[in-house]
Design a binder for this molecule. Structure first.
Ligand code: GDP
Ligand code: MG
Length: 178
């Protein structure tokens, strides 16, 4: 569950999962620093970043974001990484059906081993590459609905829907009693 400072200020651990190369680190850097660096090949810098957002009801949510440094290649290490996470963002690349398959693998892992009540988002990233799209939005939407997740397509490159992704998660976090 979301850890609570008080009823108006939440603090929450968020993890990103998905194939390497789908844009997890770029989504985080776009959200936290407002930047996109197309030349960054490897996961940049620290594996931990935080960012606070304010919602319309004046609640603030501080996301403590754990970005993998390539642990996504080792499924056996993943439970250590997502332990205690209140929110998980499962990312695929809309130009890569393989990455969509891999996203479904991670969803199943989280359903088996994630925190009870974990908020899960399915994210189709690289939406700016729509001319090379190979995963239909409708298919991803249907999969997300079946699995009780919410679905959004983002572009870390153009910033499209990146803030919205985190706002939607923030709205869904369990609230402490006032
Ligand atoms: P990670 O392995 O999932 O962390 O992926 P990265 O964030 O390192 O990104 C992998 C590659 O995809 C990099 O070359 C990025 O520049 C590129 N990339 C990430 N997000 C986007 C996006 O939204 N659009 C496009 N066109 N490229 C992206
Ligand atoms: Mg990365």
């Amino acid at each position: 569950a979301g850890e609570t400072y008080d009823s108006k200020n939440l603090r929450t651990k968020l993890v990103l999962l998905g194939d390497s190369g789908v844009g997890k680190s770029c989504i985080v850097l776009r959200f936290v620093r407002g930047q996109f660096d197309p030349s960054s090949k490897v996961t940049v810098g620290a594996s931990f970043l935080s960012q606070t957002i304010a919602l319309q009801d004046s609640t603030t949510v501080k996301f403590e974001i754990w970005d993998t440094a390539g642990q996504e290649r080792y499924a056996s290490l993943a439970p250590l990484y997502y332990r205690g996470a209140a929110a998980a963002v499962v990312v695929y690349d809309i130009t890569s059906p393989d990455s969509f398959q891999k996203a479904q693998f991670w969803v199943k892992e989280l359903q088996k081993h994630g925190s009870p009540g974990i908020i899960m988002a399915l994210v189709g990233n690289k939406a700016d590459l729509h001319e090379s799209r190979e995963v239909a939005s409708e298919d991803a939407q249907a999969y997300a609905e079946t699995n009780g997740m919410f679905f959004i397509e983002t572009s870390a490159k153009t910033a499209d829907n990146v803030n919205q992704l985190f706002e939607e998660i923030a709205k869904r976090l369990p609230r402490g009693q006032p």
